[in-house]
Design a protein around this ligand. Structure first.
Ligand SMILES: Cc1cc2nc3c(=O)[nH]c(=O)nc-3n(C[C@H](O)[C@H](O)[C@H](O)COP(=O)(O)OP(=O)(O)OC[C@H]3O[C@@H](n4cnc5c(N)ncnc54)[C@H](O)[C@@H]3O)c2cc1C
Length: 385
């Protein structure tokens, strides 16, 4: 069987991994000169390949039922074992995130994976941009002009629409629209937010972090490290609130001292005549004290209950999301109504879809790469069987 996989991100690489040393003729076509560019960008950050933990808890970090259903067939432990098999040992960090072993650089993770595929007979064709497909053919814009190949199965792993310079540019949506295949509009996920925090404060503290705080919207809270940027806020607790912010909630609050209740904070402050000294006793970072001072009048600052409330529930107005091209990942993608149980297009049964181009979202911390490779495993095993 001739299998053509388009896009060389982790989802596609996992599809191809199901065919190493098989009798099938498998080629990965990629529009860029090299594979896995977004995967390498992920490597420059934390590079969480997956996340540890009980599978019932693990799946709760994914937004979509169809993705939740397939993950038990390719769990975090399956992925860790599989990585180990191809020479990528991993370790679990204190936060539960799974990283490649410290002796393996991110580019080596990709290199080992690509070598495993090449040694297993998988071919690569770079500089091939898919511009159209049918049920048994794909048309590419390549260095030598347009070329159409005939093939038995087609797998599309073309990514979302963030970090377009890595190749995940969403240009594939044009031919999907012509074919009347529904796409749920892409939205930024795991991204920074613009806020009403004073611009002078943001400019001064750009790049600094506030550790061990908790961000809330209505009844939902997330603890972690918040990063100040010149436009607003970033960091894992902010990313967790993005779906709520999309639902029009526009006020978030930060608890700068989640380990103390309001009464304890009031008690510590009451003992000090000078509140600035009291705030230091609470071990609040200088930038937090400065922020509170900036946002309160002198009278409010000297009012014990107002000051304590600002430490526990500092209000921040959400303005807008950072532009989608800067987002770590996206929500939206090809609608599940277009996809059957084997992740093939209902209108084109030989064409399968994997990875971020499908309509799902997940949190950072390893869940994104895991979701992508789990779809790749699902499709690869189905075609192989
Ligand atoms: C800054 C950053 C940090 C990240 N950190 C992490 C992390 O630590 N952990 C984690 O789990 N996830 C992380 N991610 C997310 C993760 O990288 C993605 O979820 C993952 O790469 C998605 O895989 P994919 O295979 O679906 O798509 P992609 O990796 O986007 O790959 C799609 C491929 O398809 C190619 N392509 C697109 N259109 C065409 C076409 N028409 N013809 C041919 N080829 C085409 C593209 O060039 C690209 O190579 C991070 C992302 C970013 C941007």
């Amino acid at each position: 069987m001739k299998i053509s996989i388009i896009g060389a991100g982790p989802a596609s690489l996992m599809v191809a991994s199901q065919f190493v040393h098989s009798n099938h003729e498998v080629t990965i076509y990629e529009q860029k000169k090299t594979p896995g560019r977004k995967f390498l960008v992920a490597g420059k950050g934390g590079f969480n390949l997956t996340h540890s933990g009980e599978i019932s808890h693990f799946v709760s970090y994914f937004s979509n039922e169809r993705i939740k259903q397939i993950i038990p067939n390719f769990t975090n432990n399956h992925f860790i074992d599989w990585l180990d098999k191809i020479g990528i040992s991993t370790y679990i960090g204190t936060s539960g995130k799974v990283f490649p072993d410290k002796s393996i650089k991110p580019y080596q993770v990709l290199e080992r994976w690509i070598n495993y595929l090449k040694e297993g007979g998988i071919k690569f064709e770079f500089n091939n941009k898919m511009i159209d497909f049918s049920n048994n053919s794909v048309t590419f814009d390549s260095l030598t002009g347009l070329q159409t190949i005939e093939t038995d199965k087609i797998v599309l792993g073309l990514g979302g629409i963030s970090w377009s310079k890595t190749g995940s540019d969403g240009n594939w949506m044009k031919c999907f629209k012509v074919k009347n295949i529904q796409i749920i509009p892409f939205k930024a996920a795991n991204c920074g937010i613009h806020t009403d925090l004073p611009t002078t404060f943001l400019a001064k503290w750009n790049g600094h972090s506030i550790k061990n705080s908790s961000v809330s919207i209505k009844n939902f809270s997330k603890k972690g490290e918040i990063r100040i940027t010149k436009y607003g806020l970033e960091g894992s607790p902010i990313y967790y609130l993005i779906p709520n912010l999309r639902n029009q909630d526009s006020l978030l609050t930060i608890d700068f001292k989640p380990s103390f209740d309001l009464a304890k904070i009031e008690d510590i402050l009451r003992r000090e005549k000078n509140f600035t000294v009291g705030l230091k006793k609470l071990n609040l970072p200088v930038l937090v004290i400065e922020l509170i001072k900036l946002c309160l009048t002198k009278d409010e600052f000297l009012n014990l209950s107002i000051l304590s409330k600002y430490i526990k529930q500092f209000p921040i107005g959400f303005d807008s999301f950072r532009q989608i091209d800067e987002a770590i990942s996206v929500a939206g993608g090809v609608s599940w109504e277009e996809i059957d149980n084997n992740f093939s297009l209902i209108k084109y049964p030989n064409v399968y879809l994997v990875g971020e181009m499908l309509d799902w979202e997940a949190h950072t911390g390893g869940y994104l790469i895991h979701g992508a490779v789990a779809t790749g495993y699902h499709v690869g095993r189905f075609i192989f069987s």
